[in-house]
Write a protein that binds this ligand. Sequence first.
Ligand SMILES: Cc1ncc(COP(=O)(O)O)c(C=O)c1O
Length: 446
Amino acid sequence: MTAIPQERRVVTAIPGPKSVELQARRLASVAAGVGSTLPVFTARAGGGIIEDVDGNRLIDFGSGIAVTTVGASAEAVVRRASAQLADFTHTCFMVTPYEGYVEVCEQLAELTPGDHAKKSALFNSGAEAVENAVKIARAYTKRTAVVVFDHGYHGRTNLTMALTAKNMPYKQGFGPFAPEVYRVPVAYGYRWPTGAENAGAEASAQAIDQITKQIGADNVAAIIIEPVLGEGGFIEPAKGFLPAIAQFAKDNGIVFVADEIQSGFCRTGQWFACEDEGIVPDLITTAKGIAGGLPLSAVTGRAEIMDAAHAGGLGGTYGGNPVACAGALGAIETMRELDLNGKAKRIEEVMKGRLAEMQAKLPNGDVIGDIRGRGAMIAIELVKSGTKDPNPEAAAQLAKACHAEGVLVLTCGTYGNVLRFLPPLVIGEDLLNEGLDVIEQAFAQI
Ligand SMILES: Cc1ncc(COP(=O)(O)O)c(C=O)c1O
């Protein structure tokens, strides 16, 4: 599958001298607003390993933020994208079309939930897909309001900043934001005041009440939700919440949009996370895992809704680039052939088992307030000992300790106190366990 040895190897300080030199050049030439979790410069990557310019090999528990589900150099992605590069790089689908785009849309129709007639439109980034889902929903419903949720994340463009909940770092100083966006509660079980068991029913009732009383259901074009909230802290809305909201949307002619940009394409052990509670969204946005690391995104949904936008109203110069489409077909082929949904479920079993052991046996294990997520989208929420007070310092210290030992982990969460694990689904089980060993040792250090 990949030539890179699947072994952790730390041969210098992390970052090493070559990375430090590159970082100095980067600081002089790259805008400060573009940050990096770990300023270690990549030489190559594949399977569960990122090899840096100093020869260190890091275990990858980030997948470039849930992108390289099939690995960063998957054989089928490389083969198909290389062949496409040699044939042609671009014509613009809006000028002269090509088969790869159509084939990706056919695959999306097959893989997304529901057996109704479906169509898709392709774009470059996740934010662009979400923006276009809003355009399509507004064109279809002839309404303007858009409902989103506490802790939601949908991107960094102007409209998606408005849709995103967290101010710092995504919105601070970048307003004014797009109008007609309304935020309502989500069923965050761990932090729901009356307990997780009540969160689904109470949060959905509150959200529906707010929509009805504060916006008016017949003004709402779209309700947009991540079936597992990603940047907000890998929050799985408590059982019953998503079906209640989806039903409310259906009853009121509102387009229900599942943003599966982070949770989709096998990440949670299903093609799409909304399948878990049998939800069939009207529209679904995808990106990240779809194309094995090449920039591609999509809006897929009911044909009659997708066709509501007039010809020329959707698109963009690069949307559905042929090389990215070839990459997507290679990624989907890999997901099917290697049964990556099954792999994700196994990763969940191993990770949750080991994390629960750490919580039970480590002297400071009670800083792990919650272990949650599905498939290879697993997180721990860190709190101050004996409380539920967020502990972002522990998250930062743990991440730093893991990085120093050659394990790349990411943080997230509204309170910055969540350590999230998003390994490539092709990671070997030995490497997965070794990464968890390092996390366990990191707990001993804090
Ligand atoms: C759920 C969700 N929606 C939208 C986006 C934005 O995607 P992109 O960064 O490709 O614009 C992200 C990115 O993290 C995401 O997780």
